[in-house]
Design a protein. Structure first.
Length: 347
């Protein structure tokens, strides 16, 4: 990656890099990362930080083990304490470079609801105009297991989308995507560039988080790459295990670069990146062809409906084999949809 090509850069830092085994922040390493960030900020780039670590930091203060997220109540309590320490840490380190930090805590609903998503985008735009560095984390103190991002990889991609970023950088405890799980045989190969995340690329992923501190794995990073690609954003997975990780990547290009797609309009990009839906609508082959040609879905092509949704909710469109073919906003609630299945527009 050539840093001079990036206007807005999103940098995601995971718990395993930010917090040591003793539950304390790895402050010496963080100082080198912030120095890298400050260098780019001073060169005119806008930087957004997506930072994990609140649960890990709070767990130590509460005397909980690093596996505290097995209990939702403990994880939420740890997050509420740890978030204060986390935001203070970033604020302190950025202030050493005369950079103002701004905290934003987001939930899945903030990014899945269109109006709230646009509010997030507007806030990011204003902060960046004033040269502040937003520090973003999922609001783990209120998020539940059922309604959450679950990892900050996908959150980083969604934030990049909202901020119309040029590049999303995921700092990991591994150099990038390998063609197989790295082990002692050293037969694995680092994938330098990925044009498109297809089934072959997904097959290389491993969903585990080796540190036990984080919630993500390679699968979540590839899901983030899909979101970034559709939004026309480049994404990189790079190692954060050494000092000055951004400078190391700029110097060596060691990592995996996921190329940006052609990009689609902002509304469709938001739709494509959604992680939840209110229901599904199964359609016949004629409706599938119509949708693939850019037309709207009409009631005549509907076969079955599942879920309890309201007008303007997001639903998945499936073919008769259960494969997803589209996603969109419905004009009718689920009760009315059931009534008009198979009807023509004139009816």
């Amino acid at each position: 990656m050539n840093d001079t090509d990036a206007g807005v850069i999103v940098v995601k830092v995971g718990s395993s890099l930010l917090v040591g085994e003793d539950g304390r922040p790895r402050k010496a390493w963080l100082k080198t990362l912030v120095a890298d960030i400050a260098k780019r900020h001073q060169a005119g780039h806008n930087i957004i930080i997506v930072s994990s670590g609140s649960i890990a930091l709070g767990a130590r203060k509460l005397g909980l083990r690093k596996t505290s997220r097995t209990s939702l109540a403990d994880a939420q309590a740890a997050a509420s304490i740890g978030q204060i320490a986390l935001s203070g840490l970033w604020s302190e380190l950025l202030a050493e470079h005369d950079i103002a930090a701004a905290q934003m805590l987001l939930t899945l609903g903030d990014m899945e609801g269109r109006k709230r998503y646009l509010n997030v985008a507007a806030t990011l735009e204003t902060l960046l105009e004033h040269r502040a560095v937003p520090v973003i984390n999922e609001n783990d103190s209120v998020a539940t297991d059922e309604i959450r991002f679950g990892d900050n990889d996908r959150l980083a991609a969604r934030v990049g989308q909202a901020a119309t970023a040029d590049h999303v950088m995921l700092l990991s405890d591994i150099d990038g995507l390998y063609d197989r799980r790295p082990d002692s045989t050293n037969k694995e190969q680092l994938i330098g560039t990925v044009d498109l995340v297809d089934d072959n690329i997904m097959a290389m992923a491993d969903g585990s988080s080796s540190s036990g501190l984080g919630s993500g794995g390679m699968i979540s990073k590839l899901e983030a790459a899909k979101i970034a690609n559709l939004a026309g954003i480049e994404m990189s997975i790079i190692s954060g295990k050494e000092d000055h990780p951004l400078e190391r990547y700029a110097r060596t290009d060691i990592g995996t670069l996921f190329k940006a797609g052609d990009g689609i309009n902002a509304h469709k990009a938001w739709l494509s990146g959604l992680l939840t839906s209110a229901g599904t609508i199964t359609v016949d082959s004629g409706a599938v062809e119509a949708l693939q040609s850019g037309n709207s879905l009409l009631a005549a092509g509907i076969v079955t409906i599942n879920g309890d949704f309201e007008r303007s909710d997001v639903v998945e469109i499936l073919d008769v084999d259960g494969l997803k073919v589209a996603r969109g906003l419905v004009e009718y609630d689920s009760i009315d949809c059931v009534k008009i299945i198979g009807c023509r527009s004139s009816q």
